[in-house]
Write a protein that binds this ligand. Sequence first.
Ligand SMILES: Nc1nc2c(ncn2[C@@H]2O[C@H](COP(=O)(O)OP(=O)(O)OP(=O)(O)O)[C@@H](O)[C@H]2O)c(=O)[nH]1
Length: 286
Amino acid sequence: MTIQWFPGHMTKARRQIEAKLKLIDIVIELLDARIPISSRNPMIDEILSGKRRLVLLNKADLADPGITEEWVRFFADEGLQALPVDASSGMNVQQIFALSREILQDRLEAQRRKGMRPRAIRALIVGIPNVGKSTLINRLAGRSAAATGDRPGVTKGQQWIKVGHDMELLDTPGILWPKFEDQEVGLRLAATGAIKEEILNVDDVAFYAVKQLLQHYPDALRERYQVEYGEVDLDNPHEIVELMEAIGRRRGCLMSGGAIDLEKASLVILRDLRSGRLGRISLDRP
Ligand SMILES: Nc1nc2c(ncn2[C@@H]2O[C@H](COP(=O)(O)OP(=O)(O)OP(=O)(O)O)[C@@H](O)[C@H]2O)c(=O)[nH]1
């Protein structure tokens, strides 16, 4: 599965999720905490058609904690419970069980009133490529139940996985497509690594990232690369490129002949941004 979605792919992905929805009680909608709106499928409400839902803001370890708190409030205003998690380390992951029970409380109560012992909650994880679906499934299952990879598009092949003592997960997550219409959304998806590098202009993505960093995290580049810069005019592309070149020079990103290799410098910046070495950065803001 690649990020290049065509209308036919979208229809197929949507049908696959709709078929799974019939089997489950609750959807776990996985978003990237750094870009909760850009990593959200634009038709999600329609696709889930009223199914109960828990929103997870994954990769919260890489996101700006203050902004993540604002996002939790934003989703609460939409009537959705949102929980910041880090599927890699397991931070907050155990809370998923209690929150899911809370969201389904009326149904569980109704089953009890009828004298039935509530059966395990059946859940489906959905999200765009590379948002951490497999990592979360593995974390919840406590063993390697799904293949993980650091590049978009590795989830394949459907079984129930028992997680905790009262939840079952469909082992194949629902893959959603991200938004494409908006260029800035594309740049945010790319900067955080949701879109494959091969189909992007790396310089453009790094340029965007540097501009965002200067605007919202003005010390991040200085601290990481020991480059000196004063007030950078964000409306002057030359000043931003000059700063990228200074970073390239610092990092020895040179072409034969000694000119600065801007593409290499861009890759350095993007790798550092995605891995958190530039600090905890959020690109979407409520
Ligand atoms: N820092 C951090 N990295 C994470 C977290 N969750 C997942 N990752 C990393 O993100 C990358 C993608 O994770 P996957 O679990 O393969 O993502 P996926 O959604 O299953 O991806 P597809 O198979 O492409 O649909 C991997 O390199 C994970 O290690 C997290 O909470 N924090």
